[in-house]
Design a protein around this ligand. Sequence first.
Ligand code: SF4
Length: 323
Amino acid sequence: MLQQTRVDQGLPYYERFVIRFPDIETLADASEDEVLKMWQGLGYYSRARNIHHAAKTIRDKFHSQFPEQYENILSLKGIGEYTAAAVGSFAFDLAHPVLDGNVYRILSRYTGNTAPINKPASRKIFLTTALELFDPEHSAEHNQAIMELGALICTPAEPRCNECPLQGSCDAFHKKNWNELPVKILAQPVKTRHLNYLIITDGNCALMQQRMKKDIWKGLFEFVLIETNQTVADFSSLCENQEFRTITKSFGKNMILTDTSKISHKLTHRILEIYFWVLRVKTLPAKLNLAFPVEIDKINHTFALPKPIENFLVTYNFHEHVS
Ligand code: SF4
């Protein structure tokens, strides 16, 4: 609850919650609707579902006793490594250091480590440092101290180095470069690409081509593609596109639009807005630039396809829209 809200705001929720669900079994036996109702107003309802799910796991798998081993704590839904280390050390003195953004910042400054903290590979580096500096005899105090240090002293801007107990051995303090640490690599802005697939078909076959350029999906097969800088609002706008005119000029008036479909597909740094334009023609040419006709029913079994095209073919009823 306190990940959601300030203590003074969260306290009434907490008190109501523990009165209604005073132990693990009562919480586990309650309906999800009731748990959500008790959570109402706190937001992030997945956390309420997780706590309910975790209570059921504790009831069914751990005989209603909160697990005391790190791996078992970590196995509960909604508990990640940070929470497992915090709960494990505070409640059971388990020797697991907490590691989150605050701790990364302290470790990076204290040791002068320039590994970017938002790169997944850096986690291992910082975990090694955290373990080296960890005091397993006083795990709860150590974790509490580093959490407090990150929240109150070694803050992102203007750390209070003069009040910091680590000052004497802190690399960043000596080099006066605390403001350069921790290092973060800039996230690439998410770009949107607009892919217009022309499904040029005679009802039996459709034109397909292979992606040859150095780009996403290189080597995979796709329908005839026109990439545009922005959304193509409607078919008449598409007809004004020069590339579209060139590709389709040989079909003349024999080409009709029978259907359109749009999906969004997310890649790591890209959003693909994919439009499928189903274009019925009388006869397909043996070749159109790089494209060639393929029996529609065989496309999915015969060719390696980008996921969105594969999904489209699985769900789209060609015969209904094209025949
Ligand atoms: S001395 Fe300053 S930079 Fe170093 S850990 Fe303490 S607060 Fe952070």
